[in-house]
Design a protein. Structure first.
Length: 289
């Protein structure tokens, strides 16, 4: 993960040895991988960890269909030519901070079919050239930080389908001016009042923003369960905007005043009745005596 340069050694044979060592460290194809041009294919090899070294000119790296659970911090620091990274179908639950610090040309990133549960703030901040980001089929993904996609002004395609998302902040998507395709289907969306700003934004972008092949649907509340997200209109959220006028407040105050007076009067009458009953009972006892 750390860029290495051959040491400045005296003597032609030492320089040659250093060149061979450098080629072995950063220029050879990793074991169990196939290298063609700038492509490095390590997919489907049952790897539990990423290859420790890659050719420094790697442009397209596939680590798909393995059992990788973690990636070392700074792993991509040396691979400035990398433009496509395929990590789908692994066991990643978290990515290290600043993973993309050195991969400034990265345009295509596939993280689908993993175990990601959270997209933290600035997760892709240093991958500003990303055009396509696939985060689909992460069933444990339940939270996207409002600043998770900050820095991705060029992003065109974002796939968040088939996760565990019940909500997503409008702020997380508003900072993606280049977005033309967004997939949200297969998530347990809760279409309550908090969802209204996002749905308004989606309706405003629907001409430019491709919708899911299978429309995203509401899971809750019960009255809209099964309804496509984009079928909800402003009328669907009318109850979220019920406001009281001055007349309403005056009426409520009047009713409250009347109820309180009635309560006092009732208590007064109950007190008088109880007192009369007590006197009547005592008088009856005196007559019996």
């Amino acid at each position: 993960g750390v860029c290495r340069r051959p040491a400045m050694l005296l003597g032609p044979w030492l320089v040659a040895a250093a060149a061979v060592a450098a080629a072995g460290a950063g220029g050879s194809c990793p074991v169990l991988c196939v290298c063609r041009g700038q492509g490095v294919d390590c997919s489907g090899q049952r790897l539990f960890s990423v290859p420790p070294e890659l050719p420094l000119d790697t442009g397209n790296l596939s680590l798909a269909h393995n059992r990788i659970t973690s990636i070392p911090s700074g792993y991509l620091a040396c691979y400035g030519q990398l433009w496509a990274l395929d990590l789908r179908n692994n066991s990643l639950s978290v990515l290290p901070d600043r993973l993309f610090a050195g991969a400034r040309r990265l345009a295509h990133l596939d993280l689908s079919y993993n175990n990601l549960s959270l997209l933290p703030a600035d997760m892709f901040l240093e991958a500003g050239e990303l055009l396509h980001l696939d985060l689909s089929h992460n069933p444990a993904l339940r939270r996207v930080h409002p600043h998770a996609f900050r820095g991705l002004a060029r992003l065109r395609e974002l796939d968040l389908s088939y996760g565990g998302l019940s909500a997503i902040s409008l702020e997380a998507l508003e900072g993606l001016p280049g977005l033309v395709a967004l997939r949200l289907g297969g998530n347990p969306w809760v279409c309550g009042c908090a969802m209204e700003p996002l749905l308004k934004w989606l309706r405003g972008r629907i001409q430019r923003c491709a919708s899911d092949p299978q429309l995203a649907e509401c899971r809750a509340p019960p009255e809209v369960a099964g309804a496509p997200l984009l079928s909800l209109t402003d009328e669907s959220f009318q109850a979220c905007h019920l406001t009281l006028t001055l007349d309403d407040y005056l009426f409520i105050a009047f009713v409250g005043f009347v109820v309180s007076i009635a309560s006092v009067a009732t208590n007064f009458l109950l007190g008088i009745t109880a007192n009369c009953c007590h006197r009547w009972s005592k008088a009856s006892e005196d007559e019996d005596v």
